[in-house]
Design a binder for this molecule. Structure first.
Ligand SMILES: Nc1ncnc2c1ncn2[C@@H]1O[C@H](COP(=O)(O)OP(=O)(O)OP(=O)(O)O)[C@@H](O)[C@H]1O
Length: 493
């Protein structure tokens, strides 16, 4: 069970918290839009409630600090509205070992699915606990000088537990070839995997690292934020040279979530590291949530080097693959809970309705287990439907393009798209232009400078001004609010 010390009596315990958490997620998704929600909150889990504080966890420090600085108040307000016992929210980074089962998922032990190994992940003993923020900072520099890489990988994320289907066959084949490649120049260098949230990138990346390590290769697996913290900490500790040497003296660098690389000097260092490794014929494997050309924060030269090997997209999991992943997860749970019975029809139902990603499939199995354990009654399609309701999305998130926003807004306000990009400053053009910029910010993952470029080469401060202005205007003017909401819906359909 999640730890609920004060809420048990008043709020009805874990089921209540779990329901509230489902509603919090749904409201955040509705309020912030699918893109923002899945970028920042897709991996947020509620681990419990104690002394009025809801404990929320994310897999990386970067996500933690971003959510804390941009969304903490909003999350708190929504949580308070949905659960009377919540008066505070606290964010944590899930550690490889200390990770708790998510809220609806802990009727009994243990996690049913490979928890994402959020921890530093390489060259670091598995006792790593990223929740110990301040102390782990200091430990970052020496971590990379330690050679116990294998210990830090999640032992469950291997090729043997990775299920291959149409959507990931190419990525799997390339990963497999690279991991088993012995001797000679690397085959595809770098291998760049990209996919939306929860489609198996980390699993495949860790599988490569496991396999190559097992073959005696010196491998480092890092998340981008781990790279950043490691580098910054080594600079502080004046061990930057050792850090660089350590990174460059390996056979394979596996680096996850590169879309999070931030900061000029860090990017430069990343670029140098990539170049040095590629030039020395060492294998690099990179994963991100977008193709290299969309890594706007990265220097053009680094982007083109990343794109210079094999770039493979992992597509959404099809129903057949989802069903096989579910069956495997259920079998893993049954090894520990032999009484946990899931009829074929329930597996088929869940595989059909949870069309999003592997993480939601894990969540569904956890909820089924919670339901079965708490009620003691057999699972049916009806009870499964209630148990996984909060995970079901009516449709897949759609990627909205700035161009589509411009076309729709221009059409709606009787101006041309060229007007929106022009220098014209008449009210008839300025308002739709600002609305289009605002929608570009809230519906796409584009940065302010990129949006500025797409609107006739404007400065990012102009975009920021437009975003703030429309944000305020929709708050003050219900008619405009409705108008903007309608445009959002039309774009997302
Ligand atoms: N083909 C697969 N076979 C088995 N498990 C899978 C597969 N694809 C995804 N999963 C499982 O789904 C969950 C999410 O996958 P993973 O963490 O690798 O996603 P990701 O693409 O790295 O997501 P993110 O963008 O959030 O980092 C994990 O538990 C993973 O084991």
């Amino acid at each position: 069970m999640p730890y609920i010390d004060d809420a048990r009596g008043a709020a009805g315990g874990s089921e209540d918290l779990s329901d509230a958490w489902g509603r919090v997620r749904r409201r955040l998704r509705a309020e912030l839009g699918e893109d923002v929600f899945s970028s920042w909150f897709g991996r947020l889990e509620c681990d419990g409630l104690a002394a009025g504080t809801a404990r929320l966890s994310v897999p990386t420090r970067f996500l933690k600090s971003w959510i804390e600085s941009h969304y903490a108040d909003r999350v708190l307000a929504v949580f308070k509205a949905e659960h009377a016992a919540v008066s505070r929210v606290a964010f944590f980074v899930r550690g490889a070992v200390t990770r708790e089962m998510p809220v609806a998922a802990r009727p009994s032990e243990p996690a049913t699915a490979p928890a994402r190994a959020a921890a530093p992940v390489v060259a670091r003993p598995r006792v790593a606990d990223e929740a110990r923020e301040s102390t782990s900072e200091k430990a970052a520099a020496p971590d990379l000088a330690d050679d116990s890489a294998a210990n830090a990988l999640d032992p469950r994320l291997t090729f043997s537990t990775f299920i291959v289907g149409r959507s990931n066959a190419l990525a799997h084949a390339a990963a497999d070839r690279i991991a088993r490649h012995d001797g000679g120049a690397p085959l595809y260098n770098p291998l760049y995997l990209h996919a939306g949230v929860g489609l198996g990138k980390t699993h495949l990346m860790q599988a490569i690292a496991h396999e190559a390590q097992g073959r005696g290769k010196r491998v480092i697996y890092l998340t981008a934020d781990r790279f950043m913290y490691g580098f910054v900490a080594s600079l502080k500790a004046q061990t930057a040279l050792a850090f660089k040497e350590r990174l460059r003296g390996i056979d394979m660098l596996v680096i996850d979530d590169v879309q999070f690389l931030q900061g000029k000097s860090i990017q430069q260092e990343f670029g140098h590291t990539i170049n040095a490794l590629l030039d020395a014929g060492r294998q690099i494997v990179v994963a991100a949530d977008r193709p290299p050309s969309d890594l706007e924060a990265l220097d053009e030269r680094v982007r083109s080097r990343l794109a210079g090997g094999l770039v493979v997209e992992m597509c959404p999991l099809d129903e057949e693959l989802r069903s096989r992943i579910l069956s495997m997860r259920i079998a893993a749970v049954q090894a520990l809970h032999p009484a946990f019975e899931v009829p074929e029809a329930v597996v088929a139902y869940v595989a059909r309705v949870i069309a999003t990603n592997g993480r939601d499939l894990d969540g569904a199995v956890n909820r089924l287990l919670a339901h079965a354990t708490l009620t003691g009654s057999p699972l049916t399609v009806e009870t499964a439907e209630a148990a996984v309701r909060d995970l079901v999305r009516t449709r897949d998130p759609k990627r909205v393009k700035i161009e589509d926003i411009q076309k729709l807004v221009a059409g709606r306000y009787n101006v041309s798209r060229a007007d929106l990009l022009s220098e014209r400053r008449t009210a008839a053009v300025v308002k739709p232009r600002q609305i289009a910029m605002y929608l570009s910010k809230v519906l796409t993952l584009r940065s302010l400078p990129e949006i500025g470029r797409r609107f006739g080469g404007r400065d990012h401060t102009t975009v920021l001004h437009a975003v703030r202005k429309i944000e305020k205007a929709v708050g003050d003017d219900p008619a405009l609010n409705e108008e903007v909401e309608l445009l959002k819906r039309m774009l997302q359909e």
